[in-house]
Design a protein around this ligand. Structure first.
Ligand code: PEP
Ligand code: MN
Length: 263
C-alpha cells in the first residue's frame, strides 16, 4: 500500500502539491557573470529554484571538475540576490557541514546513488535531498536508495529521473518516463524529471519536458547556459536563454490542462 503523498519544501518552493516547479541553471557554476546572468534570466521567466554544480564528477578526470569550495561565496550571493532556493550536488560526506550553509537542498548525483555512506550521512541532515536515479540503476534500487536516507530520519526526499543507460545509443541516455509515473503511483515522494541529462540533446529538452509534465512529474530540472557552446560541462544539452523562455511559455500553455500551475 502506498503511503500518503508528501510535499517537500525547498526554501520557498513546495514540491509534490498542485504546483509545478522548474529548477533551472547551469550544469556547472563557472563564473559570477555566467551564474548571475543565468539566475536572473531563469527567475524572470518563472523558475522557482536555481541549480548549479560546484563539485562535478566527470567521466574524464582531465575535464573541468567544478569550482568547488572556491565558489561557495559566489553561489550564496547569487542565490541571495535572486531570492531563489539553490540546489547543488554533494559528492563527499565531508562536504556536508560547509555546503549545507550554501544550499537549500543537496543533490545526490547519478554516480552516487549507490554511495550508501553518503546516503547515511544525508539521512542525518535536515536539508531536503534531491535523489537522482543511478545511471544504470533499476527503478527498485532507486527507491531503496531513498530508504537508505529515510531510515536515518530524513524523509524530505525528492526523486529525480535523469535517464538510464540502455542498448540505445541515439541519445545520451534513455529517459524513462515509465519510472516517473511509477514513482508517482507507488511512492510518497515528489518526483522530478531531468530531460537535460535524460536526452543529452538541447533540441529534445522541450518536447521531453512537456511529456514529463503530462506523465505526472511534479517539476523539472533544466540546464541553462548563456552560451552553451562555450560551457565547461554539458553544453550540448543546455538550453540557451531563448530556448528556456520558449520552454516556459509552452509549459504555461499545457499546465492548466493538467490542473497544475507554476507557483
Ligand atoms: C548534473 O545534474 O549536472 C549531473 C551531474 O547530473 P547526473 O548526476 O544526473 O549525471
Ligand atoms: Mn550536467
Amino acid at each position: 500500500m502506498k503511503k500518503p503523498s508528501k510535499t517537500v519544501k525547498i526554501g520557498s518552493m513546495t514540491l509534490g502539491g498542485s504546483g509545478f516547479a522548474v529548477i533551472a541553471g547551469p550544469c556547472s557554476v563557472e563564473s559570477r557573470e555566467q551564474f548571475q546572468t543565468t539566475a536572473q534570466w531563469v527567475k524572470k521567466h518563472g523558475a522557482q529554484a536555481l541549480r548549479g554544480g560546484l563539485f562535478k564528477l566527470r567521466t574524464d578526470p582531465s575535464s573541468f571538475q567544478g569550482l568547488g569550495e572556491d565558489a561557495y561565496k559566489l553561489a550564496f550571493s547569487v542565490k541571495s540576490e535572486t531570492n531563489l532556493p539553490f540546489i547543488s550536488e554533494i559528492t563527499d560526506p565531508r562536504q556536508v557541514s560547509d555546503l549545507e550553509e550554501v544550499v537549500d537542498a543537496f543533490q545526490v548525483g547519478s554516480r552516487n546513488m549507490h554511495n550508501y555512506a553518503l546516503l547515511k550521512e544525508l539521512g542525518q541532515s535536515r536539508k531536503p535531498i534531491l535523489l537522482k536515479r543511478g545511471l544504470a540503476a533499476l527503478y527498485k534500487e532507486w527507491i531503496l536508495a531513498a530508504e537508505h536516507i529515510s531510515k536515518w530520519g530524513n524523509d524530505q526526499i525528492v526523486l529525480c529521473e535523469r535517464g538510464i543507460r540502455t542498448f540505445e545509443t541515439s541519445t545520451r541516455n534513455t529517459f524513462d518516463l515509465n519510472s516517473v509515473a511509477l514513482a508517482k503511483r507507488d511512492t510518497p515522494y515528489p518526483v522530478l524529471a531531468d530531460p537535460s541529462h535524460g536526452t543529452g540533446d538541447a533540441s529534445l529538452v522541450i518536447p521531453m519536458s512537456l511529456a514529463a509534465a503530462a506523465a505526472g512529474a511534479d517539476g523539472l530540472l533544466i540546464e541553462v547556459h548563456p552560451d552553451p557552446k562555450t560551457a565547461l560541462s554539458d553544453g550540448f544539452q543546455s538550453l540557451n536563454f531563448k530556448q528556456f523562455e520558449d520552454l516556459m511559455s509552452r509549459l504555461n500553455r499545457i499546465l492548466p490542462a493538467l490542473q497544475r500551475d507554476l507557483q
